[in-house]
Design a protein around this ligand. Sequence first.
Ligand SMILES: Cc1ncc(COP(=O)(O)O)c(C=O)c1O
Length: 515
Amino acid sequence: MEAGRGQQSSADDCCHNQRYHDNYRPATPGLHPPDADRRPARPPAPARPTGNIRAGDDVPDAGGNNRSMTTAHPSAQAAPSPPHSAPHAQVFDRRADALLAQLDSGGLYKHLQMIGSPMDAVIKLRQRDGSFRDTLCFCSNNYLGLANHPEVVEAGVRGLREFGAGTASVRFICGTFSPHETLEASIARYMGTQASYTFVSAWTAAEALFPTLCEPGDIIISDELNHACIIDAIRLATVVKKGVHKAVYRNNVLAGEKSLEEALQKARANPDVTGQVWVVTDGVFSMEGSIADLPTMRGLCDRYGAMLVVDDSHGHGVMGKLGRGTHEHFGMIDSLDSPPVAGETVRQPAPDERAAQGRVDLFTGTLGKALGGGAGGFVAGSNRAIELLIQRGRPTLFSNALPITVACSADKAIEITLREPQRVQRLKDNVAYARTKLKDAGFEVLASPTAICPIIVHDTAKAIAMSKRLLELGVFVIGFGYPVVPEGHARLRCQISAAHTHQHVDALVDALKKL
Ligand SMILES: Cc1ncc(COP(=O)(O)O)c(C=O)c1O
């Protein structure tokens, strides 16, 4: 395999989105990657072999050199591209080949690692010869180790047995399984909001929220390092509702030049901004492992009459004593009335109860990380916001519900999270232990309470080479480089889990020391 290609991340959960903030150039020059869309296409790749490509086969790269395909995509094995395009597809085929060749020659081609076991601290990764090797996993968002928890798995299996695969329709047409209602009440309680509504992913939740709740004359003000789903949801909102405005502020900069406060001032002075002001941030920034200063943001939002929306996908299960999120970390949440017990009926807040006084107004979140790790997302907030999403949200009206297995597993994962605060504490201990050990070993680690522990190595090629060598040593850590992170800020992103032991962390540090 060519250096690191199998390990450079698809940046599934990273910010990698500055260029999607239209008309915005961030402060850090390297943050603005060359706009590949506008770059002239390179010549098409040399012809690929026409036979099936299998793991281990050598295939020519864009420069004509042979490189080994360690993990050929299954589709490549099943249906290799025909050597000549059909006439009707020539434009697309040429364009696609050029783009793929460009990704390949730029070292950005992604090969998926194949896992032959449940997600855990140790997973089985497929090798070139097709065998599976035990590998320490430090790149999953399985923060609480619940992805393969027996109760979580059993809840999903039970849901499947009891309800079948699904309703085969959207919820408003065909109804909702009762576990969806239960899950949504659990999420609302967990997040400390009046209500919640689930979607097939946090991505979809974001795409439901902004285009549905925003109206012409509104403005959405967004942190420059917000997740790609927020960026795309904002773009969608401005297209669906012409006259929705947007603005971007520097990551976590709340006062001064290009800050949130400056954006709020400009919005106030803008005669076209006649409606609601929205401020949106990630709770935990996925590339940095840093956190948004929610109390200060709340203060600014109050001063400028803005609603605060937080995507806390990396905060669930991690932040706060009970792992309820970044708002719990900052004390911006009511404590739970009593410890939850299995199967309890969740209290429904009175309709007139204020959901968000002095708090976060709306959350988006994922069920695909700490809270079960399967898939799914949600919006949590006031009854009226959730009601509007149910009535008017296009993903709610035109797309099926979260699969029942995931709904049941996620509900169980939330129950375990709240029932076992020691699990959250174990994660915190592991995070503190890992940061200390990494620092003691001489690595540059960003200080933070989150489970995202980037080791800055500056140079992209170095990060990729280190990631590759770690994999050879039996440790799976992703290397991120430009353009996912700014030039000169390449990093290995270690993600810590409650499933890790100190021995696992020691093994990570030992492997890093060998690089
Ligand atoms: C901050 C953040 N928000 C949203 C998402 C999307 O989550 P989902 O996989 O549920 O769509 C991710 C996923 O990587 C994320 O990191």
